[in-house]
Design a protein around this ligand. Sequence first.
Ligand SMILES: *[C@@H]1O[C@H](CO)[C@@H](O)[C@H](O)[C@H]1NC(C)=O
Length: 268
Amino acid sequence: MKAFLSLLVLHGTSIFAPAYSFQPGKLASRVAGVAASTSSLTRLHEKNDADLMSTVDEYRNGVTQLLSNFMKKEQLQIDPLADIDFGAPKVAKMRLEELASQVDRELYEKEWFVTGRVNPAYFDGGFQFQDPDVKLTGIEEYARGVIKIFDQATSRAQIISTVVNSTIPNTITVTWRLSGRVNIGPNGLPIKPYICYTDFTINEENGLVLFQEDRFDIPGWDILLSALFPFLIGKVTKEPAPEVAPRVFDQPKSETNLFTGLLKQFGL
Ligand SMILES: *[C@@H]1O[C@H](CO)[C@@H](O)[C@H](O)[C@H]1NC(C)=O
């Protein structure tokens, strides 16, 4: 989601125009990857500085702080994540392969990279999301940031794979396709579908997700230009990522056994 805070420049013509016309590359690299936590940033308007500091650990540059002033102000009346128990007990430590497979299935169903419908049981109490501009602590803050920035009617995070990373220790890498719209500007902005990679660092001690970092298969300037000037797609900017085929999961063993067990119980 981080690249989309860059689109906030739309609201700040005074920032956008001079910076963009003189040094587009520099602006793109400065603003792309900013939106780690829309929630945190949006709260800039709603809370005082003291509160804000407890939400965002640090603004790692002044541009982030400045751009946050242009976030769309929109308060949701009902808490869409009210049914998620952020204090739920954590999952017991398991093998990385098992964790990857469980997370894969849940992510596939819930698409929490855009819906915010996380399962807190997988996340360490000290969970952090970080990108070049914003550092964010807490799975609840992450979930609330995600749900706010992505248009919930159209956005998709289609999970392609979730695997144990063969080169980086204690890491699970998710490959997924992002599409839909972001809630930036009066009418929102379209997302040209692109492939994202999420690296989850697993805490060796308790087997929970301690850290998340997102990477993209296209540069920040491509994401930005494609949203602002869709007619450039496939000309200046890359073609949209291809559609993702639906996946079929096996019935989990435990459920199958339980079901078979029940049938036996009733002599069926
Ligand atoms: C493992 O992570 C590295 C660094 O993020 C990445 O370049 C690589 O593609 C990942 N490997 C797999 C199998 O996903």
